[in-house]
Design a protein around this ligand. Structure first.
Ligand SMILES: [Zn+2]
Length: 212
């Protein structure tokens, strides 16, 4: 059995315990009393996109939900098992976060598979999950089907972030707070090649440098 990967991370834990944990004992003491993150982040499961590292965040800073292709599903109170919606509900209603950031990324495998239409019938769960972006995938193919695949991919990665922001607007507890001015939503896209982080600007309907 290839144990070396697990050994590597067991060693990693020991190093964390001896170094980071010891140096930040006070922080961990405070966190024992509860968490008060102001920002919820929805990002991809992709191992190359490490939100806390990219945003220089520590324990207690970010409430993170990771899923395939960083998608926010539509509001569907139907008794099914909605992990991302549950995380959203907890972040907004219980923690009272002030910001929700949907962070997509370049070279997203979930988006690539959705674009190629590979998943229909080949997976138990993934196909159904990413099928929520089928309408925008079809729109991208219609609009940019003759452009290089890399360009279509980037377009779908960014448009799916915008779709997730729209889906956020279908959750009554989100809309209520956005309208009251106590909750702000953001769409960001991380480029693995260049290290750039772009933000969606609704006025220009485009992604550009972070405005802050
Ligand atoms: Zn991804």
């Amino acid at each position: 059995m290839p144990q070396h990967w697990i050994r590597r991370f067991a060693q990693g834990y020991r190093s964390f315990r001896q170094n980071y944990f010891e140096k930040n004992r006070q922080l961990f003491q405070q966190l024992r009393d509860g968490q008060t993150p102001k920002v919820m982040l929805v990002s991809c499961c992709d191992s190359r996109v490490e939100p806390s590292l990219i945003l220089d965040a520590g324990p207690g800073d970010l409430f993170i939900a990771r899923n395939i292709a960083n998608l926010i599903p539509p509001y569907e109170p139907d008794m099914h098992h909605h992990g991302t919606s549950a995380a959203l509900e907890f972040a907004v209603k219980n923690l009272g976060v002030s910001h929700i950031v949907v962070m997509g990324h370049a070279e997203c495998g979930g988006i690539a598979a959705a674009l190629a239409g590979e998943l229909a019938g080949e997976s138990q769960f993934i196909g159904t999950w990413v099928s929520m972006i089928s309408p925008i995938r079809n729109a991208v193919l219609k609009e940019a089907g003759d452009r290089p695949v890399a360009e279509q991919q980037r377009l779908l990665e960014q448009r799916s972030i915008v779709q997730s922001l729209r889906n956020l607007d279908s959750f009554p507890f989100v809309v209520e707070r956005v309208q009251a001015g106590s909750l702000f939503i953001h769409g960001w896209w991380f480029d693995i090649h260049s290290g750039d982080l772009l933000a969606y600007d609704s006025a220009s309907d485009a992604f550009g440098p972070l405005p802050f």
